[in-house]
Write a protein that binds this ligand. Sequence first.
Ligand code: FAQ
Length: 333
Amino acid sequence: MFAVNLHFNLFDFMGEKDFEKIFQEKIDNEIKIEPRDWMPEKYRQNLIRQVSQHAHSEIVGMLPEGNWITRAPSLKRKAILLAKVQDEAGHGLYLYSATETLGTTRERTINDLHSGKAKYSSIFNYPTLTWADIGAIGWLVDGAAILNQVMLTRTSYGPYARAMVRICREESFHQRQGFEILLVLSKGTTEQKEMCQDAINRWWWPSLMMFGPHDSDSTHSDQSMKWKIKRKSNDELRQNFVDMIAEQVKVLGMSLPDPDLKWNNKTKHYDFGEINWEEFWNVVKGNGPCNRQRLDARKKAWEEGEWVREAAAAYSEKRKIKPKTHKEALETV
Ligand code: FAQ
């Protein structure tokens, strides 16, 4: 006689379509997708792309500001700037970890940056020429980053959404410190006022580019909105940013370099001029003022940090060997 094994799993009878249906239902019902959940391969790849590029932006983003740590005008300013740049490093690390939960490795992710395959935000390819640039980065660049990241606290992938909650808290401190730098300059000497206006003039348009191409030219938006990776479109967020900054600049007594910037009573938003998209794509393709310098700096840091990674890996291996006695345990610390 033979025995029939009646043990079966419901999942054995489900096809790709069923999994996809359950996945989309979760998204529609605002249930977060977690690393061990089934997800379409395209969702996974799209997230690896976006989250890793976000991580790279945080890391490369340390370079323009790091350039001013040794030249900050006071000890207080230096301490604040150091803390801010360290925060950005932390953000990069949370985001690299979130990328790893999607099944890729840290090495592959970083190789993609170094080979030029993966992008990072176009904004970090512009130089920081004066101290006022540090204020403009905090106010405008962190300001733009926050709007985007507040939206991402509601993104559908759990680890990404949770990383964003903490990052947003820190970014709002960054934005305030940037605004305060400019506020002090805006009340200073004629030269300081000019320096403040010059920095705003140079950072304004690149900040608007941070939100990406127009919705009509955005390749990923439709799918990312359907999967609730993105909750607001590029143009919608950009408009929110313009409306916010156009009011804040009045407090500084400065102006934005756009003759077309005007309150529109019908739409209840500010109208603004057309972005130079040729410049944007040029920077994205690697031909901005500092693209080469930024990538070279990252590759150098990676090569010079190899011994640290080796030592950390060796230490981690050593800790895996379970000590036999209390004395041995103490010796391994
Ligand atoms: N720069 O189809 P879409 C920060 C690329 S964090 C370069 O619209 P998507 C903190 C895009 O990747 C700032 N490339 O793309 C800080 C795609 O190319 P691909 C970073 C850009 O993903 C402050 C192609 O164009 N924040 O600043 C840019 O749906 C101060 C088509 O575009 C994030 O990364 C650009 N600006 O929307 C640190 C937030 N825009 O990948 C230090 C998360 C677009 O197919 C100091 N990311 N591209 O080769 C996002 O929300 C989205 O990825 C967008 C782009 C909105 C950036």
